[in-house]
Design a protein. Structure first.
Length: 424
């Protein structure tokens, strides 16, 4: 690999680094490119999800806006479950001179941007649904390839730090998306275009700084349609550490989504806050700031001590405590404390659990697919949490029941992480 005059990396010849365990520390500029692309991808996700798609749904039919939004976001979530492992699998088998991951980051971001620009002029609900599915397909594909680049290139001793910074990029991206939605003041078409620009701009530094190892054709995994179809399944019997790590991430994310899902209605109906929309903004800001700070600190700390599981257990407990605060202290003060505690726990969890997951991947040859399967544990809770939360709030006791259940589900994640044997 040769550095070019601009400080980036020129396309390289195939070498044996693609399937090797990385040993050299990554440069700060490479880590920065990972943070920036995470900001772009998540701005493209959450600007539409938080604001723009809702505004567009209301423009099509004010009376049916909730149903339209549910249809569009539900279809997009279903696509995301497939896109992550699919793009990861393709990238694992790519022998491009630019590396395994770079081509799919480019293709995914380009598809996502095309979908966003298309949404700006969508003529109806059907087109809106199809275009949002294209956005989800492309952005999740780019995310899968980007995520796989970390275990490809970051040694174990740095993964907490890099995972924390990548998580910081995710949180900043969510805030950028919300800011775009607020800045366009109801002009959702302009908002979609700005999100597309943010996505493409976030991709550019990574393309020039990727230093992506090239997979030799002779090392390319054997490919048949049968093992492609079966390849998304990773046997928990054969790879128990991977199975327990996946379950842990899934449960903690379900609990976290249950806590945040009905926050607006919780402030309205349980807390009685006079301006619930502004209240959500305040609580989200507190949560985001604490997540940013503790993700970086937690990542550095876990790398320094060389342990992962104690941090995952502690952060899961902290997240559960935040849910219980909201359950039993449904006041504005309680909400502020709960948001701060939740952000503290979730920031540490994001950084450390990511590092842990990269250490239980079944094979270097399938890191992209395996990380794509891991990303399903992030996406699927967005579908599952509303199914669990709705009857708890409306039929089975209200917000106390909801937040106690969220605490229990999150604590199960702490219990199951103990079953992982290959990581301390």
């Amino acid at each position: 690999m040769r550095r070019n005059e601009s400080g980036g990396y020129a396309p390289q010849q195939a070498d044996n680094r693609a399937l090797a365990e990385p040993t050299a520390n990554v440069r700060n500029r490479w880590t920065t490119s990972i943070v920036v692309i995470n900001i772009g991808i998540n701005a493209a996700f959450f600007g539409p999800i938080q604001v723009l798609l809702g505004q567009q749904a209301a423009a099509f039919s004010a009376a049916d806006k909730e149903g339209i939004l549910a249809l569009v976001t539900g279809a997009g979530a279903a696509v995301s479950l497939v896109a992550n492992p699919l793009f990861g699998t393709f990238s694992d088998r790519t022998t491009s001179r630019f590396g395994r991951r770079v081509p799919w980051v480019f293709i995914g971001a380009l598809l996502g941007a095309i979908g966003l620009v298309g949404l700006a002029g969508a003529p109806g609900v059907a087109a809106m649904t199809l275009l949002w599915c294209l956005v989800q397909f492309g952005c999740n594909g780019a995310l899968a390839a980007t995520t796989a680049a970390i275990p490809d290139q970051v040694p174990v001793r740095q993964r907490g730090r890099v995972g924390g910074l990548a998580s910081m990029g995710t949180t900043v991206g969510i805030l950028v998306g919300a800011a775009i939605g607020a800045a366009v003041a109801g002009n959702f078409a302009l908002g979609f275009i700005i999100c597309a620009v943010a996505l493409l701009a976030g991709m550019v530094p990574y393309l020039f700084l990727a230093n992506d190892p090239v997979l030799s054709p002779r090392d390319k995994a054997a490919f048949t349609w049968r093992n492609f179809a079966m390849g998304f399944w990773i046997s928990p019997r054969r790879y128990p550490d991977f199975g327990w790590a996946w379950i842990t991430r899934f449960l903690v994310n379900v609990g976290n989504h249950m806590v945040t899902l009905y926050l607006l209605f919780f402030l309205t109906d349980a807390v009685g806050y006079a301006n619930p929309e502004f209240g959500v903004l305040i609580l989200t800001g507190i949560y985001a700031v604490l997540t940013l700070v503790t993700a970086v600190i937690g990542g550095l700390w876990t790398d320094k001590v060389g342990k992962r599981k104690p941090f995952v257990i502690a952060s899961s407990i902290i997240i559960a405590i935040a849910a219980l605060i909201l359950a039993f202290f449904p006041t504005w003060t309680g909400s502020l404390i709960g948001a701060a505690v939740l952000g503290t726990g979730y920031g540490v969890y994001l950084a450390v659990d990511f590092a842990l997951l990269t250490q239980v991947l079944p094979s270097a040859a399938s890191r992209g697919k395996d990380m794509g399967v891991i990303n399903v544990a992030n996406s699927l809770p967005q579908v599952i949490a509303p199914v669990i939360a709705w009857p708890l709030v409306t039929i089975l006791g209200g917000y106390v029941t909801l937040y106690v259940a969220a605490a229990i589900i999150g604590l199960l994640g702490a219990v199951f992480v103990v079953r992982i044997k290959g990581v301390e």
